[in-house]
Design a binder for this molecule. Sequence first.
Ligand code: NAD
Length: 256
Amino acid sequence: MRGLEGKVAIVTGGAQGIGRAVVDRLVTEGVTVTIADMHPEFGPAAAAEVNSGGGRAWHAQVDVSVEEQVAAAVEETMLRFGRIDYLVNCAAVFIMRGVEATVEEWRRSNDVNIMGQALCVKHVAKHMAVQGGAIVNIASISGHIAQPEYVLYNSAKAAVANMTRCLAMDLADQGIRVNAVNPGTVWNANNERFHREVLKMSREQAEADPEIGGRHMLKRVADPEEIAGPIAFLLSDDASFITGENLMIDGGYTAM
Ligand SMILES: NC(=O)c1ccc[n+]([C@@H]2O[C@H](COP(=O)([O-])OP(=O)(O)OC[C@H]3O[C@@H](n4cnc5c(N)ncnc54)[C@H](O)[C@@H]3O)[C@@H](O)[C@H]2O)c1
């Protein structure tokens, strides 16, 4: 993909799952990466794996809902690499509650899933404006549909979808494109564990289930790499006229 090589990205939530696949894909394309993730073990491990494989990455211990930590990770990235071209906002918490959700649960969900993305954009924007840049926020099919007991998560993801349009408008003059991707069900380690422990399902069983795989036109769930590829595209110069867009990467889930 055009324009990625030699650039610098911050990937929040880059220690695991989709974020980790994004890190690996960007490193393959020649991008240097800050892995901004609060996980104290998987974060350093991800950076070590990238560096031992010949790529360039470091782990910033960051809770994206804490502004000072976000600001410090951004400034440290500038000190280390001298520029920031890309931001991928992957970090999220999954607080699956219905109407009984507490004030604390609402605040944590919104603080990480909405404000955390906005804070990262706020702190990278002035550095990106120097040479231009691109941002991809991770929303979800859940931001476009109703699901039982998902009201916190789905409300936050709907906010991300529209926040993306507003930020794209505000940052267009500075040469910064802002887009969102909306994945369907993605089979990462945490989702595998949830299906195995809570739903007592293997991947094959989940894909055959009318309420999981069957909700996607392609009758399956996605691998994290299938989300990372379109994200790399949206960051690249091949997407130079795309901004304010919500790209569905959902195997046809929301089209039917
Ligand atoms: N897995 C899916 O099926 C799916 C579907 C649609 C959208 N998404 C979205 O994709 C993104 C990645 O999801 P995933 O399933 O790969 O998640 P995951 O649980 O595998 O990884 C999330 C990462 O975010 C980090 N994180 C959590 N809270 C943080 C915080 N406050 N500050 C910094 N890091 C934090 C965690 O340590 C973890 O490494 C999320 O935005 C999620 O909402 C996932």
